[in-house]
Design a protein around this ligand. Structure first.
Ligand code: ZN
Ligand code: ZN
Length: 218
């Protein structure tokens, strides 16, 4: 509610009017091809694997993002996450949908917030982004993942067998083709851990999509 009552200011430049002004929206650095087919890093020419992901075991088939995680995107994501400016979820989803066509999958899911943070903020930006994208891409959004503590494998129940390295496990069977949504892609470790939990639960192909992606220099 506060969102609607407070005077609106652009979270990037501070001008009054809207939470993301047209100038800042236009100036967000879009990630343009050529890209690494696997991890989505911008490259000099199209490659299957790049310097950033060669030799890494990545459980996702591809990772894509709409914009570079630069200073402006960082301010936007910070306001969205920490100040709970929910309207920004629609803005970020729109930016993603403008860059990326609807994926050929059965469902979307999202990286779950860790419990402490979710309680603190009262919302999970990755989940809100996934819900907004589900509308735009006309796909179902399913809560398929949960956080685990330490990812230990004890016992042999079906749920425990789905526990994989990293900190996620699937809450049930996963669709064959699924996209996992997160707000920011940094090293790819989170996307890879989420994808590996989904594959352990039956997914054959997992794609990762984020709003913003950290870019290496050079
Ligand atoms: Zn602005
Ligand atoms: Zn790569």
């Amino acid at each position: 509610m506060l969102d609607l009552l407070l005077p609106q200011r652009c979270v990037v430049c501070g001008c009054s009017g809207t939470q993301l002004c047209a100038v800042c929206r236009d100036e967000l650095q879009r990630i343009e091809p050529p890209l690494c087919a696997r991890c989505g890093a911008p490259t000099a020419w199209p490659v299957e694997r790049c310097r950033e992901c060669t030799g890494r075991r990545l459980a996702f088939a591809s990772a894509r993002a709409a914009v570079a995680y630069d200073a402006a995107a960082r301010r936007l994501v910070h306001a969205w996450k920490e100040r709970g400016l929910r309207r920004l979820a629609a803005e970020t989803a729109q930016l993603v949908a403008e860059r990326l066509p609807a994926p050929e999958v059965e469902a979307l899911t999202f990286v779950p917030a860790d419990r402490g943070r979710r309680l603190e903020r009262g919302h999970n930006p990755a989940e809100r982004l996934a819900l907004e994208l589900a509308v735009r891409w006309e796909l179902p959004c399913l809560p398929l993942l949960e956080r685990t503590r330490g990812g230990r494998q004890r016992g042999s129940s079906a749920v425990e067998r789905r526990t994989v390295r990293g900190s996620f496990r699937a809450t049930g069977a996963a669709p064959r083709k699924v996209v996992v949504i997160d707000d920011v892609y940094t090293t790819g470790a989170t996307a890879a851990a989420a994808a590996s939990a989904l594959r352990a639960a039956g997914a054959r192909r997992v794609e990762a999509v984020a709003f913003a992606r950290a870019l290496r220099r050079g």
